[in-house]
Design a protein around this ligand. Structure first.
Ligand SMILES: N[C@@H](CCC(=O)N[C@@H](CS)C(=O)NCC(=O)O)C(=O)O
Length: 232
């Protein structure tokens, strides 16, 4: 069975990493049995064997793979008889653009809305590390970063998410009629705030909300049935 190192919070059942969610959904799409191993930010030694300091890391037999995109490519190449993750042949290359947008634009915008809600959700031993490393990365305190979130969320909805909305107004999933890895990338990003913050990112009237509902229903409610902080 494939094993996945999965970032966990103070509640070990709270799994909030956007990148680990991409991998969990990719494994479910391929119908591959797997178990998750809860991992904390400060447990670097536990994944050192894979040559990385970040999760997701998977172990498949004697093979370790890290980085969510590399894992998706590995699963696609190793299990070609399972449902294709990237849709038709030729889907891999344009999904790189979506991956870059999701990592480079969407994650940063979400951080400005919710990152200050994270520390209380983290395991005690991770809190100081998380604050120090993120404040270094962003060049300001977590609280200053989200200070204007009531206003910033309006731009997030109307500008950042616009390409997503325009796409989902015309098709059911980013993959077309059925979800592909493109959908798992973006759902993974939405799982991050959903698991650790009650600050409302999406309006229920937004077509992105309806898409997210469809995504949460997949695989027997895999992404829905997880501890969340989002208000009902
Ligand atoms: N490009 C990597 C990013 C992975 C990543 O940043 N993971 C975070 C958790 S969401 C992590 O492990 N961070 C460790 C740290 O900040 O020390 C991927 O796609 O897998």
């Amino acid at each position: 069975m494939i094993r996945l190192y999965d970032l966990a919070g103070a509640d070990p059942a709270c799994r909030f990493s956007p990148y680990c969610w991409r991998t969990r959904l990719a494994l479910a799409h391929k119908g591959l049995e797997h178990e998750t191993i809860p991992w904390l930010f400060t447990e670097k030694e536990k994944i050192a064997f894979a040559g990385t300091k970040r999760v997701p890391v998977i172990i498949d037999g004697d093979h370790a793979v890290h980085d969510s995109r590399e894992i998706a490519l590995y699963l696609e190449a190793t299990y070609p008889d399972r449902p294709p993750l990237f849709g038709d042949a030729g889907g891999i290359a344009p999904t790189r653009f979506l991956n870059s947008w999701a990592d480079g634009v969407m994650i940063g915008a979400i951080a400005r809305l919710i990152v200050s809600d994270l520390p209380p959700r983290l395991a005690e031993q991770d809190r100081a590390y998380f604050r120090r490393s993120r404040e270094e990365r962003y060049g300001t305190t977590l609280e200053a970063l989200t200070a204007n979130r009531e206003k910033d969320v309006l731009a997030f909805r109307s500008v950042t998410l616009l390409p997503l909305r325009l796409t989902l107004l015309r098709q059911k999933f980013l993959g077309g009629e059925a979800p592909t890895y493109a959908d798992y990338i973006v759902l993974g990003n939405f799982q991050w705030p959903r698991c650790i913050s009650d600050f409302p990112l999406l309006e229920k009237s937004d077509p992105i909300w309806s898409w997210r509902e469809r995504m949460l229903d997949l695989f027997g409610g895999l992404a829905r049935n997880t501890p969340v902080a989002e208000a009902a």
